[in-house]
Design a binder for this molecule. Structure first.
Ligand code: ATP
Ligand code: MG
Length: 893
């Protein structure tokens, strides 16, 4: 049965049993700060299970795309672990429970194919249950009829599910399929998890757990008020069973990739005849790694991840590199992805048609990454080989941590690649040393970042203030002025009672209208005024959540703890900030309108008059595209679209179509800023204008690359945009005036001038060459007799270029008498360095006078060429005469 068919039957089965079919969430786990990728079907439903949000349905079913990074190292070595896989799940939110869940799983899997089931042989199914879950045992045994010897009790670590932290938990029951003696020893899942293949896990969420270790030895606190069901059936594992293949890499959605790789490399897949994954030949493992990783990369890029050096992008980069390396190790050294990726697309687009539609974008990232990696590989391999050779000559067996770090830091060589390649050459790598250096680097970066924001890296003083005084009453959305009380003053990170004129201190107020830098928006500027104090607010940060800290320069008087002050944001500044931030949303929406929804913002920054926006896009924007984006933006300004703010839960915001950004973390209630209704909907905490016309003109001032697959646009907003245009206009006026031309003719005139200057340069160069060669015969006539050899030793006229020096030497040689040994030596100086060219005639060579030897004599062994003509240089210009002397001396000797 095809994988797509199993998937279809699964959804149909649960739909006809009243479940709502919910689409898969995208792979990047944008809502969970602790997770890079969705790794189970239940992840998108977590707020419902935790009781944070009310589920819109009582029961649901989905086929969730999953990535499990911890399983990457298992790929190909077991029969059942994919980096990417699909988890089919049915869920009950306080509706049905244990009995029905078990019944559903049994009926679907063992139900006959004719009647919509999967047709598994029930006699080969085993079930595990939690130690004391007698209820589950009863259901399996008495109601389903599973014999007791195929029901296995397992402990907390295996069969008690939780999220690793306090919260819901519950026993689970896993379904296994016995694949027979070819796959390993008898005895059930306790004995062999490869022969007995786990294909479905049923979680009975019925209790609440306490703190403690993630997986076991934690306390169970009591029963949940509402019991839930969460299940996960591995689609690929089920497919491998139903298709009768040895492992999940040989199913219809993956196997064609193995075959293609085999065709490319000329190596055979299936070297080992054993069915057991643990007895696989290394080549077979490589084939599976290639197939798994190429497919995973396709799915990841399809969901908006692009290769980069951190986070999700790094996982993608790692698996792509591993796939590419594996292909090369199997003997194919051309770019492989253009051959493999379309195969993966054809396998997967049955279930995910968007992959085919979006394939141009996906493949351009993938192929670009492979090209870049092949370059890195070429370059880094030389460095690695040198390091390996050095280590070996010194009799070492371990490549140093600092070498590995250098390879990583300078050449982009991931550590696993270094490990793999060093191992191939019989060396291990000092991983601890490497990790130490990485940690140090990371800590430096972290401390730097913290220090840049707050002046120091220790946050304890802030935490203490927050604990004692509570969160800041934050009024940035409501006005520009508040009456406030000074509840904390910090100098160099330490609490102080008072700050004097001239000092810069950090000030915490009970209430503030100041916007602290966040979400890409620069901090507000403004002032604090007290009865006997005046200070300027130069920065505002939120070093810990909910605590606003003002950096204040005391200009007059003294600021004393507990003072009453007036906090006032500079209204011009705030207007500029609102224009810039709304402008950022407008440009983002315009980008997406012009380039499509994949041009997703990855970072932004704005302050009055200026904005920049980084987004995922591989190629440089053409001038036309830039103009189009600018025009769409300015039309949105002209249309005077209303800007509005709504508060809602995160799932609501997503349904609403609000753009949430990868890698951002959001609170439970989010703020959605709309410009022109659905045209621009973003989760955002910034300050905005109320109508788009208030943004004023938007002028794109720059477009550049910021790392792989990321572009940046910059724009001027409001008055700054006007000033920018005015400056450009003045510049053109000045140039026109300087040229004595009409403004409209400037471009043509400049082109003409450039052309003329190019022509003149060329002419000048010709004249110079002629001038120099015109003197060749004069130089030859002045040649001196050194022993039997006529030597013309000449300093070329200042400014003679490299090629001309050589010509001059050859021409002088041509003017020397042929019947007598003759040598022309010409030195020239340029850019503070002297160089020399020596040309010897045939008669000289007959006397064993070699041009190359003479240059080497002058340059103490350096230089290159042959007996005829040779050259060298690189010595300081003032040594030019010595070079000639040295040649003459060498001839005399
Ligand atoms: P295993 O012990 O075999 O790694 P697991 O206990 O980690 O499995 P669960 O977390 O219970 O698996 O996930 C539910 C189901 O998802 C499993 O029963 C299995 O069918 C499937 N599954 C889990 N991990 C993978 C993977 N890496 N590749 C393919 N399918 C998987
Ligand atoms: Mg696992």
């Amino acid at each position: 049965m095809e994988t797509a068919e199993i998937r279809r039957r699964f959804l149909k089965f649960f739909e006809s049993n009243g479940h709502t079919v919910v689409p898969s969430a995208p792979l990047p786990a944008i809502e969970d700060p602790n997770l890079l990728f969705i790794n189970a079907g239940m992840v998108q439903f977590v707020p419902y299970f935790l009781g944070q949000a009310k589920p819109p349905w009582d029961t649901a079913a989905s086929v969730q795309k999953c990535i499990r990074t911890p399983d990457i190292d298992e790929v190909g070595k077991t029969s059942r672990h994919g980096t990417f896989f699909q988890m089919n799940g049915n869920f009950s939110f306080g509706d049905y429970f244990k009995e029905q869940a078990i019944r559903y799983a049994w009926d679907l899997t063992t139900g006959s194919v004719e009647q919509g089931g999967l047709g598994l042989d029930g006699d080969k199914v085993w079930a595990t249950v939690y130690l004391d879950d007698d209820e589950a045992i009863d259901i399996w045994h008495k109601q389903i009829g599973l014999p007791l010897d195929r029901i296995v009790r397992r402990g907390q670590e295996d069969n008690m599910w939780s999220m690793g932290i306090p919260g819901p938990c519950g026993p689970c029951s896993e379904l296994y399929y016995d694949r027979g003696p070819d796959y390993g020893p008898e005895g059930g899942p306790e004995v062999d998890e490869d022969r007995y293949l786990e294909f479905w896990n049923l979680v009975f969420m019925q209790q609440e757990r306490g703190a403690g270790p993630a997986k076991k030895d934690y306390e169970i606190l009591g029963d949940l008020p509402k019991k839930n069901i969460d299940t996960g059936m591995g689609l690929e594992r089920m497919a491998s069973i139903l298709q009768g293949v040895d492992n999940m890499y040989e199913i219809d959605e993956v196997r064609p990739l193995i075959d293609k790789a085999s065709e490319l490399t000329g190596k055979r897949y299936g070297v080992s005849t054993s069915h057991t994954a643990s007895e696989s030949h290394p080549d077979d493992i490589r084939f599976r790694v290639i197939a798994d990783h190429v497919r995973s990369a396709l799915m990841l890029i399809g969901d908006g991840v692009v290769p980069s050096n951190e986070g999700r992008g790094y996982v993608l980069r790692r698996i792509m590199r591993r796939a590419i390396r594996s292909v090369r190790l199997l003997g194919y050294d051309k770019p492989a992805l253009p051959e493999l990726l379309p195969v993966a697309r054809d396998c997967m687009s049955k279930s995910y048609p968007e992959l085919a539609q979006d394939f141009d974008r996906i493949s351009s990232y993938a192929y670009g990454e492979e090209e870049a990696f092949l370059k890195t590989l070429k370059h880094g391999t030389t460095i690695l080989d040198t390091a390996v050779a050095e280590t070996k000559t010194e009799g070492g067996k371990t490549l140093s941590g600092s070498k590995a770090f250098e390879l990583h830091d300078t050449y982009g060589f991931p550590i696993d690649l270094t490990l793999e390649m060093a191992e191939e050459q019989g060396l291990s790598v000092d991983q601890d040393g490497f990790r130490q250096l990485m940690t140090e680097q990371r800590q430096r970066a972290k401390a730097d970042a913290a220090a840049r924001k707050t002046g120091h890296a220790d946050l304890s003083a802030y935490w203490q203030l927050l604990q004692e005084q509570g969160p800041t009453d934050w009024k940035a959305y409501e006005g520009l002025v508040t009456e406030s009380r000074v509840i904390g003053i910090l100098s160099e990170g330490k609490p102080v009672p008072v700050a004097k004129s001239g000092q810069i201190v950090e000030v915490v107020l009970d209430r503030t209208p100041f916007y602290a830098e966040s979400g890409g928006q620069h901090a507000d500027a403004g002032k604090l005024t007290g009865p006997s104090f005046f200070g300027e607010v130069v920065d505002v940060q939120r070093p810990v959540k909910k605590l606003v800290v003002h950096q204040v320069r005391v200009l007059e008087g003294e600021l004393v703890l507990d003072d009453r002050v007036e906090a006032e944001v500079d209204s011009e500044w705030r207007l500029g900030a609102r224009q810039a931030h709304s402008g950022t949303h407008v440009v983002h929406a315009a980008l997406r309108e012009v380039l499509g929804p994949t041009a997703l913002q990855s970072g932004s920054f704005n302050r009055p008059g200026y904005l920049r926006l980084d987004f995922s896009w591989r190629s440089k924007l053409s001038d036309e595209t830039r103009s189009e984006i600018e025009e769409v933006s300015n039309k949105a300004v002209r249309d005077d679209l209303p800007v509005s703010v709504k508060y809602m839960t995160l799932p609501e915001a997503k349904d609403f179509g609000a753009v949430a950004l990868f890698g951002e973390t959001y609170d439970e209630t989010v703020r959605v800023v709309e410009i022109g209704g659905p045209w621009s909907r973003e989760l955002c905490g910034g300050t905005h204008v109320s109508h788009s016309a208030q943004i004023g003109p938007l002028v794109l001032t720059g477009e550049s690359s910021v790392g792989s697959g990321q572009r940046r646009v910059e724009a001027a907003t409001g008055m700054e945009a006007y000033r920018y245009l005015a400056r450009e206009r003045d510049l053109v006026s000045q140039i026109a005036e300087e040229l004595g031309a009409q403004r409209g003719d400037v471009l043509e005139r400049v082109r003409a001038i450039l052309q003329r200057s190019k022509d003149a340069e060329r002419e000048l160069a010709g004249l110079q060459a002629k001038l120099v060669s015109g003197r060749a015969s004069e130089f030859a006539q002045n040649a001196k007799q050194v022993g039997a050899v006529k030597v013309a030793a000449v300093q070329a006229p200042e400014g003679t270029k490299g090629g001309d020096v050589r010509n001059l030497a050859m021409q002088i040689r041509g003017h020397l008498p042929e019947d007598q040994p003759g040598v022309a030596a010409v030195v020239a100086t340029a850019g503070g360095k002297a160089s020399i060219v020596v040309a010897a005639n045939a008669a000289a060579k007959a006397q064993h006078v070699s041009a190359a030897a003479l240059v080497k004599a002058a340059l103490s062994g350096k230089g290159g060429g042959n007996d005829d003509v040779a050259q060298g240089g690189g010595v300081p210009a003032d040594q030019a005469p010595q070079l000639l002397d040295a040649v003459v001396r060498a001839i005399a000797a």
